[in-house]
Design a binder for this molecule. Structure first.
Ligand code: 13P
Ligand code: SF4
Length: 311
C-alpha cells in the first residue's frame, strides 16, 4: 500500500516537473483513470488533446490513440506508457492491403469513399476520406455523397451496425475487436432471465448476435449519457471492455452495473489497454519516452482527421 501511495505522489510531482497532462481512455484500469486529468472515449480524448496547454501529453490508451493526439498536435511531445499497446482492429488492416483493395475497386469502375474507424494506423488514415469514431460515425456517413459507395474499414461489426442505422450499404473490411467479439450470448441471455428488469447496453463493436439483445447500442461516451437518463436506480448489463464499469460507477453511481461475461472469462479486458500500468506511466514521465515520433504520412492523416473530428 505504501508503494502505491508513493507512486501517486511521484506521478503528480513528475507531471508538474515535465509540464504534462495525462489523458486516459475509459478502458484503462480504474487507478489510471482516477489520476488522469481527462478521461474520455476516443472522440473526446482526440478533441481534448487539441486544447491542453502543457507541452507534453501522456496518453494512457493504445498506440493509435496516442498517434492521433500527436498528429493533431505536431508541436507537443506525446508519450505512451507502453509502445506495444496495440489494437486488433488496427492490426487487421495493413495500409498496403487497403491500398490494394481501393485499387481493385477503382479498376472495376466503382465510385466510392473510404470511411475508416479511428482504430487504425496513421498510414491507413492517410488513405481514407473520412475518419469516424463510435461517437460521430452516423453524422460523418451522412456527409458521404449519396452517389458514392462506402468502403468501411476495419471493423465489420461497427460497419454492419452503421449499415443498419444509416441505411447505406457498405463494402466491409473483415476486421474485428478481439474484446467485443467474444461476449457470450448464452451468458447474456441467462443474465437477462435472472434479471428481467435490467437494461442491456452494448458497444457497436459487438457482433449482431449481442447487439440484437441490447436496449441501447452506443460508444462509451454515449453509454454514460444513456444511463444518466434513468433517475431511479437501475441495473445495467454492460457489453463492452470491463474497465468501463469503473467509469460508469464513477460517473453515474446511483445505478448498478454488471459485466456481460466473455466466452472464456467473467470479465472482458483488453490485453492491449492493460499493458499500461502506473509504473510504466511514472517511468515514461521520468524518461520522456516512449515518445510518438513524427512520420511523413502524419501530414495527410492530419488533414483527414481534422476535417472529420474537428470540422
Ligand atoms: P470508444 O470509447 O470511442 O467508444 O472506443 C471504444 C474502443 O474500443 C476503443 O479502443
Ligand atoms: Fe482495440 Fe478492442 Fe482493445 Fe479497443 S478494446 S483497443 S478496439 S482490441
Amino acid at each position: 500500500a505504501t508503494t502505491s501511495i508513493d507512486i501517486y505522489d511521484e506521478i503528480e510531482a513528475l507531471k508538474a516537473e515535465q509540464d504534462a497532462t495525462i489523458l486516459a481512455h475509459y478502458y484503462q484500469d480504474g487507478e489510471i483513470q482516477e489520476l488522469a486529468d481527462f478521461t474520455g472515449d476516443s472522440l473526446k480524448l482526440a478533441r481534448v488533446a487539441t486544447t491542453v496547454d502543457t507541452g507534453t501529453i501522456v496518453f494512457c490508451g493504445v498506440h493509435f490513440m496516442a498517434e492521433t493526439a500527436k498528429i493533431l498536435n505536431p508541436g507537443k511531445r506525446v508519450l505512451l506508457p507502453d509502445p506495444l499497446a496495440g489494437c486488433s482492429l488496427a492490426d487487421s488492416c495493413p495500409a498496403p492491403l487497403l491500398a490494394r483493395r481501393q485499387e481493385a475497386l477503382r479498376a472495376a469502375g466503382r465510385t466510392f469513399q473510404t470511411v475508416t474507424y479511428i482504430n487504425s494506423t496513421a498510414s491507413v488514415k492517410a488513405l481514407s476520406d473520412w475518419i469516424v469514431t463510435s461517437g460521430n460515425a452516423e453524422e460523418i456517413i451522412r456527409r458521404v455523397p449519396e452517389d458514392c459507395e462506402i468502403l468501411f474499414a476495419p471493423d465489420r461489426h461497427l460497419g454492419s451496425y452503421l449499415q443498419e442505422v444509416t441505411g447505406r450499404p457498405m463494402i466491409l473490411w473483415e476486421g474485428s475487436c478481439m474484446v467485443h467479439e467474444v461476449f457470450s450470448v448464452n451468458d447474456l441471455l441467462k443474465l437477462k432471465r435472472r434479471k428481467p428488469e435490467a437494461r442491456t447496453i452494448a458497444h457497436p463493436e459487438c457482433p449482431a448476435n449481442i447487439r440484437e439483445h441490447a436496449d441501447f447500442i452506443g460508444g462509451t461516451e454515449a453509454m454514460i449519457r444513456f444511463v444518466d437518463r434513468f433517475d431511479a436506480p437501475t441495473e445495467f448489463l454492460v457489453a463492452t471492455e470491463a474497465n468501463m464499469l469503473w467509469q460508469l460507477q464513477h460517473a453515474v453511481p446511483r445505478h448498478a452495473y454488471l459485466p456481460v461475461p466473455g466466452i472464456t472469462c467473467a470479465c472482458n479486458n483488453c490485453p492491449h489497454m492493460a499493458r499500461n500500468t502506473l509504473e510504466k506511466l511514472r517511468d515514461c514521465l521520468k524518461n520522456g519516452s516512449p515518445e510518438i515520433a513524427w512520420r511523413p504520412d502524419f501530414d495527410r492523416a492530419g488533414e483527414v482527421l481534422r476535417r472529420s473530428l474537428l470540422g
